[in-house]
Design a protein around this ligand. Structure first.
Ligand code: SAM
Length: 218
């Protein structure tokens, strides 16, 4: 397996992506985003979007939700703030610059945490997942959507070939599902509750964890 991406590489990459991100990544990833937001809307309430980027997902929520977004890339957030200023997204309460490895929110702040196309490119995915569990309420959901490593066949070979070549672009096509599963198995704070391919082509996978309910004290 290749190394995780370094924070500085990701920061540089997304500063470059910001001006063209919506045009390039908007249509390509729209079905993944919609699937994740639909699952989050089913939970409702206070939703944290980790790695909110330029706010492309704002269209996928509604007034039944209250969205907070974080991202470490200020150039990406500037685009999100411009969308907020349009007045079209009153359900988006705030977006702020913050590293997902060390969030400043108190424990159990959100009903649901969503990370769309983020977990494969953070410097320490397990630490970010543990932070997501910390800030979601007991019983709350953590919903990820991403392209994950295909494991076998031609697609897997292409992804291994592309792995080193796309790092500087802040992309990571060879990240395996097994790593997310291993994280869930290694802690008692979250359970893997769903893993499904997203229609129509199954390029993206939606993965959902649920924070374990706090034990009742007799
Ligand atoms: C591929 S973009 C996805 C953006 C958005 N979720 C979407 O679906 O369009 C990945 C985003 O994650 C952000 N990101 C990467 N590592 C991060 C970290 N450690 N903390 C916060 N945001 C991070 C990047 O700056 C970038 O905006």
């Amino acid at each position: 397996m290749t190394l995780d991406l370094e924070k500085t590489v990701v920061e540089t990459a997304y500063a470059r992506w910001a001006p063209i991100y919506d045009a390039v990544c908007g249509p390509v990833m729209v079905m993944g985003r919609r699937a994740a937001a639909e699952a989050a809307r089913a939970v409702g309430g206070k939703i944290l979007e980790v790695g909110v980027g330029t706010g492309l997902s704002f269209d996928d929520y509604d007034a039944s939700t209250e969205i907070t977004g974080i991202d470490m890339s200020e150039p990406m957030l500037e685009k999100a703030r411009t969308k907020m200023a349009s007045g079209r997204y009153p359900w988006v309460k705030n977006v702020m610059q913050m590293d997902a490895h060390q969030m400043t929110f108190p424990d159990a702040t959100f009903d649901c945490v969503v990370a769309q196309f983020v977990i494969t490119l953070v410097a320490n995915p397990e630490q970010v997942l543990s932070e997501c569990v910390r800030v979601v309420k007991p019983g709350g959901k953590i919903i990820l959507v991403n392209h994950l490593y295909s494991e076998i066949g031609v697609a897997a070979a292409v992804e291994r070939w592309a792995a080193k070549r796309t790092r500087k672009l802040g992309l990571r096509p060879e990240f395996p599902f097994a790593r997310l599963q291993a994280w869930a198995q290694s802690n008692d704070k979250a359970t893997l509750v769903e893993r499904r391919k997203v229609a129509p082509f199954g390029i993206y996978t939606l993965v959902c964890f649920q924070r374990t309910e706090a034990a009742l004290v007799a």
